[in-house]
Design a protein around this ligand. Structure first.
Ligand code: SF4
Length: 95
């Protein structure tokens, strides 16, 4: 049976003009897990350049961190389950 993914929150994905900076510690994490090269270029599996460009302008009001979180950070968060129709399905565990 293919039930719905278990998640606690559905978090709306918001957009703002221009690029947003990723916090340095997130960049370091992305680099150490091979999702960003030394020049700071993102390498996310299965994400097209067009999609990536869009993702760079998106953010969420994260209910766990209670802060605005860059969508890329959200995308690689352990709580991230999937993106469905403009929403993130979030496990909602403490991080
Ligand atoms: S997946 Fe992570 S960053 Fe995204 S909304 Fe959930 S806790 Fe926040």
């Amino acid at each position: 049976m293919t039930g719905e993914l278990e998640h606690k929150f559905e978090v709306g994905i918001l957009e703002r003009e221009g690029r947003q900076k990723l916090p340095q510690e997130i960049k370091d994490e992305l680099k150490s897990s091979g999702m960003m090269d030394e020049k700071g270029k993102l390498k996310l599996k299965g994400v097209s350049p067009k999609m990536l460009k869009r993702m760079k302008q998106e953010y969420v009001e994260c209910p766990v961190l209670e802060d605005q979180i860059h969508f890329i950070q959200c995308f690689v968060c352990p709580n991230f389950q999937s993106r469905v129709m403009g929403k993130v399905l979030c496990k909602g565990d403490k991080i």
